[in-house]
Design a protein around this ligand. Structure first.
Ligand SMILES: *Cc1c(COP(=O)(O)O)cnc(C)c1O
Length: 424
């Protein structure tokens, strides 16, 4: 490769592909959202736990097709509520994928139970269902599956295991809000009869996140979804201090008395946030469609780079991705540098790349508690996760990206990968 000014990398003094940094994820807010929030503030009756909360919960339950939806302050709180509502505690084990955001497994530690990590599939970044049975013991109580990148994890295989061993299935759907999976079909390869179910319907408990980088936002926020009325009641209680009768019922009864029969928290969402959520939910399907279109453009743009990289995940018929994030896997054997160098070079070109995520057990806190409790969190326990971690980069993807943004990303990746190619 010759080193003229066009292909010299920005980190070596060349001209960057873009002038300003392109973020990897970003919320979409318009006048409808702003009006919805102003409305709550103007009415000034309830700022928290008012009519918008119930309406947001009802709308979300209807959207997903499930019976109960409980709004919470964030998905981390939602995961804590989910695990706590299942009465999981000290001495229990919960299975969780090696690669996810730390919150997916921290919720297990919150209740004093042990996270047991399972390696990921080669072709997705999701938990490998075929490796779950090997780690099940008589202490295993639940599986937390995570829909990493927005592609639902292999529900059909995981549900079978849950039935066989009587385990609770919790779905961390922070990345897959608004997507669905194929439940039944007479023929996978034509569309004669296909029956889809929304994420949030089919697991015992599903948790959504509405953090600003997620598929829709309430600033901070989350939702727990279930078809089980007992679990729904417990979660509502845990969300609000463990108090049995909420203030609305007390008012109705004209009574001051309430009892606290469970140790709960304040994990409530405000009415202001719920108003934003109601407004955002209306546009969620359109945003998922746009995310898929952007991913298609990336896939096409990267076709000629297949020697050096492949996109994650493969688009799947049963588990179609909503592309919460767009991840490429670098074929490092074809490149003369490591992922971190490519990462640095892309940042230099003003592309706001990211990495999702380091295997959870490699974090220093997990290393420490692993040693303290004699839990095997040693390097090497999930080799595919550790290898993939060194190969992945998340590229910018959000619904308001414009065509030039997408082309800039493709140009920058092409420039950087060609520069470090072992071929050219
Ligand atoms: C964002 C995220 C969470 C936590 O969501 P918050 O709403 O920020 O608490 C949990 N799990 C995964 C996989 C996430 O990406």
């Amino acid at each position: 490769m010759n080193f003229n000014n066009n292909n010299r990398l920005a980190i070596f003094g060349g001209k960057p592909v873009r002038k300003c940094m392109l973020q990897y994820g970003k919320q979409t807010i318009d006048h409808r959202d702003i009006e919805a929030i102003s409305e709550v503030l103007k009415e000034n009756n309830f700022l928290t736990t008012g009519p918008c909360i119930s309406r947001f919960e009802e709308n979300m339950a209807k959207f997903v097709g499930c019976k109960y939806a409980i709004a919470v302050s964030n998905a981390t709180a939602g995961l804590h509520c989910a695990v706590a509502a299942c009465n999981i505690g000290p001495g229990d084990e919960v299975i969780v994928p090696a690669i996810s955001f730390v919150a997916s497994s921290n919720c297990i530690l919150y209740v004093g139970a042990k996270p047991v990590f399972v390696d990921i599939e080669e072709n997705t970044l999701n938990i490998d269902a075929s490796k779950i049975e090997a780690v099940i013991t008589d202490k295993t109580r639940a599986i937390i599956m995570v829909d990493l990148t927005g592609q639902p994890a292999d529900y059909h295989a995981i549900r079978k295991i849950c039935v066989k061993y009587n385990l609770i299935l919790i779905q961390d759907a922070a990345h897959s809000v608004g997507t669905d999976i194929l439940m039944e079909s007479n023929n996978l390869y034509n569309n004669e009869y296909c029956f889809f179910r929304k994420v949030g319907y089919y697991s015992d408990l599903t948790v959504f996140s509405f953090h600003p980088v997620k598929n829709m936002t309430t600033g901070e926020g989350g939702m727990v979804l279930t078809n089980n009325s007992e679990l729904a009641d417990k979660i509502r209680k845990i969300r609000s201090h463990g108090i049995t009768i909420d203030y609305k019922e007390r008012e109705k009864k004209g009574n001051h008395y309430y009892d606290m029969d469970t140790l709960g928290f304040n994990y409530r969402m405000t009415d202001i946030q719920a108003a934003l959520g109601i407004s955002q939910l209306k546009r969620l399907p359109q945003w998922i469609k746009t995310r898929r279109e952007i991913a298609d453009q990336y896939n096409k743009g990267f076709e000629k780079l297949f020697k050096y990289l492949e996109p994650f995940p493969y688009q799947d018929i049963i588990y179609p991705s909503g592309y919460h994030i767009y991840v490429i896997r670098l074929k490092l054997e074809k490149l003369s540098c490591d992922r971190d160098q490519i990462f640095k070079a892309l940042r230099g070109e003003m592309i706001g790349v990211n990495v999702h995520y380091m295997p959870i057990y490699l974090h220093s806190y997990y290393q420490k508690i692993g040693k303290q409790n004699n839990w095997n969190y040693n390097k090497g326990i999930c080799p595919i996760a550790e290898q993939r971690y060194n190969e992945i980069i998340t590229l910018p993807l959000f619904p308001t990206m414009i065509g030039d943004d997408i082309l800039d990303v493709i140009d920058a990746v092409t420039k950087v990968v060609k520069f470090y190619s072992k071929y050219d």
